[in-house]
Design a protein around this ligand. Structure first.
Ligand SMILES: [Zn+2]
Length: 377
């Protein structure tokens, strides 16, 4: 696996997400396809005037924008990346470059904000090859602001690069989208998240159990920033992170609990699944996260089972039921109770059907496993 260096900083008071923010392409995790694309773009000097970064929060869109700004304006670039040592790189890192302008459209939605930044980029660059305009949360701009932006995208000044970033592409006018090169950021995969978190914990001289790590991965759902923020919060009180001391940070259900629920569910052990449901409700964990996790587990199980088998039919019935309840905006207690009632019917129907023993016997969960044994670590 590729090892991504995380820069060590002696500044112990900075929040982790700032302290460990990548400063070079090689430090970014989970977006290798975009790094590779931009290295080629820069090496071959095929720079477009507008890029649109699309992806969920915390996956590196803003960080990537700043690193690209450095790579484009670096006076000593190496292999498509920035040196991080020249005056241009240092000024961009410090937010002091006259040639890189960044606004957050969530805080600057109006047309006057866009006009102001357009005025700045009309001036020729001071020390750099490119004038770069980064607009974060671009979907938050007003209609008039989008129209002002469209005008400049229709006739872009020479050597100006726009980098627009959004979590909600549907809110951006097609006239803007069609003028940009679109790049889709992926949720950060669990291996990369785990590697990054483990390194930070190690640098901070802490330790983390495997179950706690898994819990943080599930809570952060592919957002590296969310994962790092969770670790930061946990390490303020205690350098040892365990699943039990991190559960208060989130109403998400620990993976070990949903995994036990799943094991009992596919084993036809409805009594145990109801017991775990009660445990989840007493803990006031979000039932939504149980449905999400179980649905993913079912999908994996369905892919690995023979399409015509009895097991597959059972799994598909369960998946259809999960999908029905997952389509609700939120899972209230009454909706969750209805789900459990229907779940009982589906499992009972299958467990009394002919030949069902063949599958259920294979999937029997040892009776000595209790939920607290699994959850408490
Ligand atoms: Zn440089």
């Amino acid at each position: 696996m590729k090892q991504n260096p995380i820069t060590f900083s002696r500044d112990t008071k900075r929040p982790f997400h700032s302290k460990y923010r990548p400063t070079h392409f090689d430090e970014i995790v989970g977006q290798e396809h975009i790094i590779s694309y931009f290295k080629n773009v820069i090496l071959n000097e095929r720079i477009s005037f507008a890029y649109l970064f699309i992806g969920k929060h915390g996956v590196g869109k803003t960080t990537m924008s700043r690193i690209i700004a450095k790579a484009l304006n670096c006076s000593q670039p190496y292999n498509g990346g920035a040196c991080n040592k020249c005056v241009n790189c240092i000024n961009i890192s410090l937010g002091k470059s006259f040639d890189v302008h960044e606004i957050n459209a969530a805080l600057n939605t109006g047309v006057e904000n866009i006009r102001h930044i357009i005025e700045k980029i009309q001036l020729s660059s001071v020390h750099s090859p490119y004038k770069i305009c980064i607009i974060d949360e671009v979907h938050m701009l007003s209609l008039n602001a989008f129209n002002a932006l469209l005008k400049v995208l229709e006739e872009p000044p020479k050597n100006v690069v726009f980098i627009l970033a959004t979590t909600e592409i549907k809110k951006i006018p097609n006239t803007i989208i069609s003028r940009c090169h679109k790049l889709f950021f992926l949720p950060v995969d669990k291996m990369s998240l785990a590697s990054s978190i483990s390194k930070i914990v190690w640098i901070e001289k802490g330790n983390i159990t495997n179950k706690a790590l898994l819990h943080i991965l599930n809570c952060s759902e592919g957002s590296l920033r969310d994962a790092i923020n969770l670790v930061d919060m946990l390490m303020i009180n205690d350098s040892s992170i365990t699943e039990s001391n991190c559960s208060f940070l989130s109403t998400h259900i620990p993976y070990s609990v949903s995994n036990l629920f799943f094991s009992h569910l596919v084993s036809g052990n409805i009594f145990s699944t109801l017991q775990i449901s009660l445990y989840i409700q007493n803990k006031k964990w979000l039932e939504d996260s149980l449905l999400t996790q179980i649905q993913k587990m079912l999908e994996n199980e369905i892919v690995n089972s023979s399409s015509s088998s009895l097991k597959s039919q059972h799994l598909i019935s369960l998946w259809q039921l999960l999908s029905k309840y997952h389509s609700y905006n939120s899972c209230s207690t009454s909706i969750f109770s209805s789900f459990l009632f229907e779940l009982t019917n589906v499992v009972s129907k299958f467990s009394t059907s002919k030949n069902s023993n063949t599958f259920f016997k294979k999937k029997k969960v040892p009776s000595f496993i209790k939920i607290d044994d699994i959850y408490i670590c």
